[in-house]
Design a protein around this ligand. Sequence first.
Ligand SMILES: [Zn+2]
Ligand SMILES: [Zn+2]
Length: 264
Amino acid sequence: MQARVLGCSGAIAQGCRTTSFLIDGRVLIDAGTGVGDLTLDEMQVIDDVFLTHSHLDHIAALPLMLDAVASRRTGPLRLHALPETIDALQQHIFNGVIWPDFSRLPTPAAPLLSYEPLNVGQCLQVAGTYLEVLPAHHTVPAVGYAVKGPSGWWVFSGDTGGACGDFWDRVNKLPLAALVIETAFSDRESTLARQAQHLSPTTLAQELAHLSAGSRCSIYITHTKPSETELIMQECRRFDASPARNAPVLHDIRWLAAGDLIDF
Ligand SMILES: [Zn+2]
Ligand SMILES: [Zn+2]
């Protein structure tokens, strides 16, 4: 299995695209602005989109992507998300004001979009991809995802403020290949991070301390604000190198970039 990073930035700027991962070319996890790098042929074969939550940086390209492939598709694109996320999209995006209601167009009997509600803990198999829905704690209802591969699980935290024991309880039961976890703010912005329910390097370290002893996987940092990325990297490297770090093993922390490929 392969996760292709289409976008992994906390905001936009030249070279910075917001969250979106393409799994084996067929399943999209979040639909941030990174989706705009796909060709029409690549977009056309995506039948399933999984959303972590309703925030704009994770859904921005979804309405535009649907429009781009509308004339090429023969069946609906299945949008998998929490019921609260689906409600938010129906009310605020696909409402006939911001964008057409593609769940009823071109005809109610054969629409371009179908809504597929998810529950935390649910396991699904779509397009040859086996996924599990993980809990996340954010300012709106949110989830993360685990995707099974031959060499282990690729786990994505989604947006999270941490203190999420149920997330780690589940993750520690999976043989991990890769953990993609957000660190949206630097410690300088820790108050804002707490209010916005995002991680900063100090709270990231507290979260990683929940990884079970013996767990050894690649850790990828995502969702950094472009203006703070350099500082966040410095702060993360400092704690990763610290002998006093409260974590069971020293992990190899890396920075994700759009275009990266993670095999698992
Ligand atoms: Zn968010
Ligand atoms: Zn976000």
